[in-house]
Design a protein around this ligand. Structure first.
Ligand code: HEM
Length: 400
């Protein structure tokens, strides 16, 4: 999906200057987290180290020498496009694949939101250990701006456990609870941490929500949701839920950005149960500039968890914390989400700085939330997880 191939020397040569610029500014590879603050260990970090950037810059400055072809490594073998990302890990395609009906995006047209409801067909409860969602074809990726899958089921237990995130997140009325999975450019899917899972109940339904966008070519496509289950009888201890944590006080409907101005807002979400924060995935549109997630502990101490200082709407990177650093927060902690917007001509992505901007689904309107998976746990389990983390850290330090 990138504008060019970077497989051979001949492919790369004409792009050398652009590559130099993109890697120095850390626009490429796409990974827009501020490296100077917050957690820096992620499961899916594709960024370059300072030394790697240095090597590329020196090579370009030296006139892009080809070197000795004998030393050339073999071209990278890319995975088969039609295969599921986790197929090799789990030994085959997902256990359950749910497809949305085909949708035809016209050559020219307004953005469309398609929300079909598809029964899962489940007749017994099943625990989910990995989920993937993607447009069915490579062409479909061009027109599918994002795809959401909500899980609709009668679930009194979840209502209690997840209320800390879901209710407060919905303060602006923009997003409903019960989210299951979300797809946007740059996101690969989701594997639950050990002993954690999402629970699907009999009679459940998937409510898809696809945002389709015309690109000057008629394309018909659908979205596929692939689910890997834990084996029957194997029940993970912890239940994980996906929440859209609002970054704007009172909800996204309070976004109010006059022409030629900047805007910042923040929101505070209390943890009504202890839990582990699994990831950070900021979501804004074209005026989005930065978003951060901090934790305020019951003691009053504030910790920066993550800050995306270089938000780019073309990318919806999901920053998934490594097992040994995923924040463990006690009941009563508060998540503080802040988002910054730039509606001036300084923002290169701004389609029109003369427009007032408010909340809306269209990319020219704005939003502000972070997709965050939270694994809730009892206070007892929380204490045990904290003790285990301490012990593991000590062992790791001794081994170093
Ligand atoms: C060291 C690794 C990488 C380098 C040197 C690199 C280089 C570049 C350059 C120079 C451009 C600008 C092209 C233009 O001016 O039109 C670009 C754009 C792009 N690249 Fe990369 N890239 C890297 C990694 C990646 C990865 C891992 C992905 C996909 C996951 C990707 C996807 C894209 C896409 C979709 C665009 C166009 C949209 C945009 O500019 O954000 N690139 N890349």
């Amino acid at each position: 999906m990138a504008p060019m191939s970077l497989v051979t020397y001949e492919d790369v040569r004409p792009w050398a200057k652009a590559i130099r610029e993109r890697v120095i500014t850390r626009q490429m590879p796409p990974w827009h987290i501020d490296k100077t603050v917050g957690i820096q260990k992620f499961k899916n970090d594709r960024s370059l180290s300072d030394a790697q950037i240095d090597t590329i810059v020196k090579w370009v400055d030296a006139g892009v020498p080809k070197g000795d072809p004998k030393d050339m490594p073999l071209p990278k073998q890319w995975p088969d496009e039609s295969k599921w990302n986790f197929a090799d890990l789990f030994g085959g395609p997902p256990d359950l694949i749910i497809k949305s009906p085909d949708w035809t995006v016209p050559t020219v047209g307004l953005d469309a939101w398609y929300k079909p409801v598809i029964p899962t067909g489940l007749t017994e409860p099943r625990w989910v250990r990995a989920i993937e969602i993607h447009p069915a074809t490579v062409k479909g990726r061009k027109v599918t701006h994002h795809a959401l899958a909500r899980l609709q089921q009668e679930d009194p237990e979840l209502k209690l456990a997840a209320s800390s995130a879901a209710d407060d997140a919905d303060a602006g009325g923009a997003l409903l609870g019960g989210l299951f999975m979300e797809w946007a450019v740059g996101k690969q899917g989701e594997i639950m941490r050990p002993n954690s899972g999402k629970l699907m109940l009999p009679g459940s339904k998937i409510i898809f929500e696809m945002h389709y966008h015309s690109i000057g070519e008629q394309i018909t496509d659908h979205v596929e949701l692939g689910i890997y289950f834990y084996p029957k009888g194997q029940e993970p201890k912890y239940r994980q839920t996906l929440a859209a944590l609002q970054s704007v006080a009172g909800g996204s409907r309070n976004i109010d950005i006059p022409p030629e101005s900047t805007f910042v807002s923040q929101n505070f979400i209390p943890m009504r149960m202890a839990g582990r924060i699994e990831n950070f995935q900021p979501h804004m549109h074209l005026r989005g500039k930065a978003m951060s997630m901090e934790a305020i502990l019951p003691s009053g101490q504030t910790m920066m968890l993550s800050h995306v200082n270089n938000f780019n709407f073309n990318w919806h990177n999901n920053y998934v914390y490594s097992d040994d650093v995923a924040p463990l927060l006690p009941k009563g902690a508060i998540l503080k989400i802040t988002s910054w917007y730039d509606n001036t001509a300084n923002n290169p992505h701004n389609p029109d700085p003369n427009q007032w901007v408010g909340f809306g689904d269209r990319t020219v309107d704005e939003m502000g939330h972070a997709w965050v998976n939270i694994t809730y746990m009892s206070d007892e389990d929380f204490q045990a997880e904290v003790a285990k983390r301490k012990a593991d850290t000590q062992i790791a330090q001794q081994q170093e």
